[in-house]
Design a protein around this ligand. Structure first.
Ligand code: UDX
Ligand code: UDX
Length: 466
């Protein structure tokens, strides 16, 4: 079956870039990305490509090339579903905030709404592709809804989890290590998988396209994120040990990363991992394990989250302790708010929690991030419900000039590893700060000697004193 028309429900960090690359690489396939959020769709359609809702290196060029040719962004969900041969579901699946599984299980209400909408609207056969990260066996629920409420049309369900990381999404899509397709082991399932393979084969070699059963595919996505997050928590656990023993976690990471069995990636000690996936997916995994009565499995993975929460708190505590046990009334500049560089996404960013801790200690926080808006930063703090919105606005200032953020500050704290931070005139920054001038390098960006030579009192995550 040749796919001519694709619809993707959800124009977010996953749906937007993924569909842009499919449209770029398959110029004869019409790709329509739909979303309930009108502002988001308007931003995707903005003539000025700087206003796209998502910042992702390389994305604007691709949208510029494909949009209006075979890539469309729209709020007309029913129409796009009706016209499509293949429908990707790419809506968000946040952690439940109510009821059974609160704080752990994935909230599947948007997924279910999508399934019901597809079932209601579809008048021709469809291949439905789960792109969102879902608990294992979600396809079963989708199948139930589609088959029992549909208009008698045929639905084949595939699982095709997304492995792109934000900040490198375009590269990850264009040169994917692998694409995973989970399908039923039936003639229909194989046919549907073949249609999706033909899309990816437009730019990826056949051997990178893996097929498994649906449950393996769903579980592989959670497993991949759990393993990656575990590496970060493992190196972060070592970072504290390095600090007390005089070791340097960057040297330890280099030493162990050279072992080909371990590998060098994901060994950067940090203020703690953030992002929309790691915490959510591990909590989900823990919840699934608990549901099956596997408490040892659940506890094992939960420790990755516990370690991460500890790392964020430990960093904030370090700032307070170093500033003579009080930050009350002191100006602290936070450089970076995004959960990693090269993205404007702030979901679960460590910066939010560190800022919250410092505000509770009555610090005056000034934030600079090259890609995150003031509105977003304040919204992230408001969402914690730690204090009133007015208080957040009186205690937090967001500036668009990094030097202004640091002027007169008692301390500068590096929260995100943006490349530009390394190139600032740190001597100039030092001159304009209160003395002693403290710097807390939460990303291991600087060689300690460099900052010390300028005059800073510096702390780097995972670096013990000699
Ligand atoms: C993705 C994945 O889909 C999620 O499963 C994964 O675990 C995290 O990343 P992401 O693209 O980052 O989600 O989410 P988001 O940027 O919030 O985009 C989802 C979009 O779906 C939003 O724009 C939202 O408006 C839209 N949506 C949601 C709908 O159009 N319909 C709905 O019913 C619900
Ligand atoms: C992750 C997965 O990598 C991706 O495959 C999946 O599809 C979605 O979840 P993402 O959340 O975009 O991607 O970012 P990632 O690069 O994995 O980083 C997650 C967090 O871990 C960031 O806060 C990052 O700063 C932190 N991290 C990563 C470290 O602290 N140290 C590292 O060595 C690597």
């Amino acid at each position: 079956m040749k796919i001519n028309n694709i619809c993707c429900i959800g124009a977010g960090y996953v749906g937007g870039p993924t569909m842009s690359v499919i449209a770029l690489k398959c110029p004869d396939v019409k790709v329509t990305v739909v979303d309930l959020n009108e502002d988001r769709i308007a931003a995707w359609n903005d003539n000025n490509l700087d206003n796209l809702p998502i910042y992702e290196p390389g994305l604007a060029d691709i949208v510029g090339e494909a949009r209006g040719r075979n890539l469309f962004f729209s709020t007309e969900v029913d129409k796009a579903i009706d016209e499509a041969d293949m429908i990707f579901i790419s809506v968000n699946t946040p952690t439940k905030t109510y009821g059974v599984g609160k704080g752990m299980a994935a909230d599947l209400k948007y997924i279910e709404l999508c399934a019901r909408q597809i079932a209601r609207v579809a008048t021709t056969d469809k291949i439905v592709v789960e792109k969102s990260t879902l608990p294992v066996r979600t396809a079963e629920a989708l199948q139930n809804i589609l088959h029992n409420t549909g208009n008698g049309v045929r639905f084949d369900i595939l699982s095709n989890p997304e492995f792109l990381a934000e900040g490198t999404a375009i590269q990850d899509l264009i040169d994917a290590d692998r694409v995973l397709i989970g399908r039923e082991d039936t003639a229909g399932g194989k046919m549907a998988a073949k249609a999706l393979v033909e899309i990816y084969e437009q730019w990826l070699p056949e051997e990178r396209i893996l097929q498994t059963n649906v449950w393996s595919s769903e579980l592989s996505k959670l497993t991949a994120n759990a393993f990656l997050a575990q590496r970060v928590s493992s190196i972060n656990a070592m970072s504290e040990l390095c600090e007390v023993t005089g070791a340097d976690v960057r040297e330890v990471a280099r030493a162990i990363g050279a072992d080909s069995r371990i590998g060098s990636k994901f060994l950067k000690a940090s203020v703690g991992f953030g992002g929309s996936c790691f915490q959510k997916d591990i909590l989900n995994l823990v919840y699934i394990a608990k549901t099956y009565g596997l408490s040892e499995v659940a506890n094992y993975w939960e420790q990755v989250i516990i370690m991460n929460d500890y790392q964020k708190r430990r960093f904030a505590e370090k700032i307070v302790k170093t500033l003579f046990n009080t930050v009350s009334g002191k100006k602290i500049a936070l450089l970076g708010w995004a959960f990693k560089k090269d993205t404007n996404d702030t979901r679960e960013s460590a910066a939010i929690y560190v800022a919250d801790y410092l505000i509770n200690e009555q610090a005056e926080i000034v934030v600079y991030d090259p890609k995150v808006s003031k509105q977003q930063i304040l919204a992230d703090l408001d969402a914690l419900n730690s204090r009133s919105e007015e208080e957040n606005r009186s205690l937090v200032t967001v500036v668009s000039n990094p030097l202004r953020a640091c002027d007169d500050a008692h301390a500068v704290s590096i929260m995100t590893e943006w490349d530009e931070f390394v190139n600032y005139d740190w001597e100039h920054i030092y001159e304009n700060m209160q003395k002693p001038a403290f710097i807390f390098d939460g990303r291991g960006l600087f060689e300690n000697d460099y900052l010390k030579a300028i005059g800073f009192e510096s702390y780097t995550v995972g670096k013990g004193s000699d």
